[in-house]
Design a protein around this ligand. Structure first.
Ligand SMILES: Nc1nc2c(ncn2[C@@H]2O[C@H](COP(=O)(O)OP(=O)(O)OP(=O)(O)O)[C@@H](O)[C@H]2O)c(=O)[nH]1
Length: 351
């Protein structure tokens, strides 16, 4: 499977600037990039060979393609060219337009009858303009969806913002998407790409606990400790009804029951579940299973070969689930989980 990294972010937030840096890095050799226009990326001086009207080979060993129409068609075209031996690549980066909703592209990767067998979600990288994001997030649903979809957020233009502005923005972004790992564009390319993928929240060196946002400016109380479902914590950003919350369940859970519950949940509420990610301790299994889904779709679960740091302390295993929801009361999901999975009573977490 060829991983596809989605590079998204609001208009002028620095996607192209970041893409140019990424493409210059040796570790990105062998990347095929999908953009709207060659010109936008300013690649002229990198151009090596025009393969066809929409595809050029770059000096860096990368391929650049323009998307005329559907992203799915552009990906299918790349795949066919590779099958015919005309080009080779080992990963794809798609730079969306600044007003794009990233979810349809993610769905294409999992739902398209042909593409789903050849391409996988390699993670969503979202650029956020530190100077302008507050107003964009307040007024533009696309900006919120781009942040909600992110596995990693790259704050740009931090050089133009005061440290307290940056900190306030970080808190706001984490209220929309507590699973996102936030770094600045000052970071090295190695840092930007380190452990990057749909589960980077769980697997990056920054553990879930470190990334947790309770603290000054959070505006929430500490999560309530419960008997079995130990930690249910939610964050709500007033904008566009986007809420995120997490569940931590002590001990192993029944995989079949969980699969049925999640299928039913997504069937009913998939349109409004932007993201679900989790690392699950399964009854009878020594190692965890990672799941991640986008709206109605659940990607194939992955058997992990180790427990992420800090999640298997002193042998007491627990499952972690994170949801990013639009206009759904988290309590509904918590109650349904509780009833279906037959776990002990849970107190609602204080907000
Ligand atoms: N000072 C500063 N300027 C930046 C930074 N990142 C990007 N810029 C500038 O912001 C402007 C927009 O950057 P682009 O990379 O074109 O942004 P984009 O998201 O690709 O823009 P669209 O494709 O129009 O949505 C350019 O003038 C960049 O030089 C940054 O970290 N600091």
């Amino acid at each position: 499977m060829t991983p596809v990294i989605l590079l998204t972010g609001f208009l002028g937030s620095g996607k192209t600037t970041l893409l140019q840096r990424l493409l210059r890095h040796p570790s990105m050799e062998g990347t095929a990039v999908l953009v709207n226009e060659f010109g936008e990326v300013g690649l002229d001086h990198h151009l090596l060979d025009q393969i066809d009207e929409n595809v050029v080979l770059l000096k860096s060993g990368c391929i650049c393609c323009t998307v005329r129409g559907e992203v799915a068609d552009a990906l299918a075209n790349l795949h066919s060219m590779r099958t015919r031996g005309e080009i080779s690549f080992e990963r794809v980066v798609i730079e969306t337009t600044g007003l794009a909703d990233p979810y349809p592209v993610l769905q294409t990767l999992t739902a398209h009858p042909v593409l789903r067998s050849h391409f996988s979600n390699g993670g969503v990288l979202t650029t956020v303009d530190t100077v302008n994001a507050d107003i964009q997030v307040t007024h533009r649903a696309e900006a919120v969806r781009q942040i909600a979809a992110a596995d990693r957020i790259v704050l740009t233009k931090t050089d133009l913002a005061a440290p307290q502005e940056e900190e306030a923005l970080r808190q706001r972004l984490l209220r929309v998407n507590p699973a996102a790992n936030i770094i600045t564009s000052m970071s090295s390319v190695e840092t930007i790409l380190a452990d990057f993928g749909p589960l980077s929240f769980f697997t990056s060196s920054k553990s879930a606990t470190q990334n947790h946002i309770c603290g000054p400016g959070c505006g929430h109380d500490a999560p309530t400790k419960c008997d079995s479902l130990t930690d249910q914590h939610r964050h709500h950003d007033e904008t566009f009804g986007v809420t995120s919350f997490s569940l931590e369940i002590e001990g192993g859970i029944d995989w079949t029951m969980f699969g049925t519950w999640l299928t039913l949940l997504l069937h009913k509420y998939g349109d409004r579940i932007f993201r679900v990610k989790g690392i699950l301790a399964i009854e009878g299994e020594a190692l965890p299973i990672a799941i991640h889904g986008v709206q109605h779709l659940i990607h194939a679960p992955t058997h992990m070969d180790h427990w992420p740091k800090g999640m298997d302390q002193s042998g007491s295993k627990s499952s972690h689930l994170i949801f990013i929801l639009e206009d759904i009361e988290p309590e509904k999901i918590r109650r349904s989980f509780h009833a279906f999975m037959n776990v002990d009573t849970v107190k609602a977490a204080a907000r």
